[in-house]
Design a protein around this ligand. Structure first.
Ligand SMILES: *Cc1c(COP(=O)(O)O)cnc(C)c1O
Length: 426
């Protein structure tokens, strides 16, 4: 009996490369057929065969409030009934900018865009325009979207498919991107000592979530802040994933680091395409039409998308929200570690805010090299055992997991029951 998922996957591959519109969705890293999704509610999603899953993918991060939250759906429906797009300013964009600047400590001005890729691309251009320098520094295994200059030793899908540096990026472009090891403050100091005067900016995921989950070691982010200040470079915290997940004010609030520029995405659209670049007024005033750094977007600040984002952020900004979802996430990873131990499987797990990492390795990795030591084969088997039991994890050993406010003790319990059986079969 072929399933509808199978049928759709076959049909999809005839006219869509690999049948998907973003590479990791194709399940190449873990094998098998990706479920084609039909609907979702709260902590669950349903596929084309009517099978229900507890969802820890959360659309790769945005669904912090849970799927189809009534307040978000209502806001979207109301906005859509008024207009789908104007290409002219709206009050909702002002409200969104005010809210973002209130919640995220370092933001003085923001510009809305439609994807994280656009946000980081614009942040780099601003850093270069502001400093008049060309070189940017990134860290191996960090993913900042698929703009040319940032697709060098990148994480996420690029890493999953073994081509972290993409074909089609001119060597001249990649030459302006210098890559260091994540959590290597000494390496950053040495680089700045040598080439500090050429460096326009440093871009970093304050918690790395695109090479599985890697936490910053104490002193790492502080060192980057200090080096950028001393050498006149722009510190960009890419909080597209960590924003509103690591803390209400992002990782910068949790770790007390004040970047010059911040990129946001994922949660701020609540499932629709909204992202943002923001930061110091002095730098943001360099963007067109106030300044010489060009940036534009036909659908930027789209009223329906902004309505979804605003409604989501209002939920996220209610007392106790972060504490609850953080506690749920912690109980999940503690439970998973206990189940693995019970089954005698070498495994570790950790969480921060509503993000988590699972590792087939004795301790959580602190570097890209340590991430590479995780047992990928074992992860793939675990992934499929869990999927078969109705638990949808990200289909790659190099992705973080996401918990939503709709996940509770019941979902965690069901997940752990599935894990108990899965660990005994991997
Ligand atoms: C997802 C992500 C991006 C890219 O965002 P898109 O909306 O997929 O373009 C950039 N940076 C980080 C840290 C991300 O997690």
């Amino acid at each position: 009996m072929t399933s509808r998922n199978e049928e759709l996957f076959q049909r999809a591959q005839r006219h869509i490369p690999a049948g998907v519109n973003s590479p990791v969705r194709a399940f190449r890293a873990v094998g098998g057929t990706p479920p084609f999704c039909e609907r979702a509610s709260g902590a669950h999603l349903w596929d084309a065969d009517g099978k229900r899953y507890i969802d820890y993918l959360g659309s790769w991060g945005p669904m912090l409030a849970g799927h189809t939250h009534p307040a978000v759906v209502e806001a979207v429906q109301a906005a859509a009934a008024r207009a789908l797009s104007f290409g002219a300013p709206t009050e909702a964009e002002v409200e969104m900018a005010e809210l973002l600047c209130r919640l995220v400590p370092s933001l003085e001005m923001v510009r809305l865009v439609s994807s994280g890729t656009e946000a980081t691309m614009t942040a780099l251009r601003l850093a270069r325009g502001h400093t008049g320098r060309s070189v940017v520094v990134k860290f191996e295994g960090c993913y900042h979207g698929h703009a040319d200059a940032l697709l060098v030793k990148a994480g996420s899908g690029a890493l999953t498919f073994g081509n972290p540096s993409s074909a089609g990026v001119p060597a001249e472009t990649a030459a302006h991107t210098l890559v260091l090891d994540y959590n290597d403050a000494a390496g950053a100091r040495a680089l700045f000592a040598q080439r500090g005067a050429e460096i326009a900016g440093v871009i970093v995921e304050p918690v790395a979530g695109n090479m599985n989950l890697v936490l910053p070691v104490p002193g790492f982010l502080e060192a980057l802040r200090e080096l950028c200040t001393r050498h006149g470079a722009v510190l960009i915290l890419d909080e597209v994933m960590t924003g509103f997940r690591v803390a209400l004010g992002g990782a910068q609030a949790r770790f007390g680091i004040r970047p010059d520029l911040t990129t946001l995405g994922k949660v701020i659209g609540g499932g629709l395409p909204v992202a943002a670049v923001g930061g110091r007024r002095e730098i943001m005033q360099k963007i067109a039409p106030l300044g010489p750094v060009y940036q534009a977007g036909t659908l930027s600040g789209n009223p329906v998308a902004v309505a979804a984002g605003l409604a989501t952020l209002k939920l996220v900004d209610t007392p106790g929200f972060q504490e609850r979802v953080e506690a749920t996430t912690r109980s999940l990873v503690e439970g998973l570690a206990a189940e693995a131990k019970g089954a005698g499987v070498t495994f570790s797990a950790q969480s921060i805010g509503s993000m988590f990492g699972v590792y087939f390795r004795a301790t959580p990795p602190k570097s890209f090299a340590e991430v590479m030591q995780c047992d990928r084969e074992r992860f793939s088997r675990f992934f499929h055992e869990m999927l078969a039991r109705g638990v949808y994890l990200a289909p790659s050993a190099y992705e973080a997991g996401f918990v939503s406010a709709a996940h509770g003790a019941r979902e965690v319990e069901e997940t752990l029951a599935a894990a108990r059986e899965a660990f005994r079969r991997v």
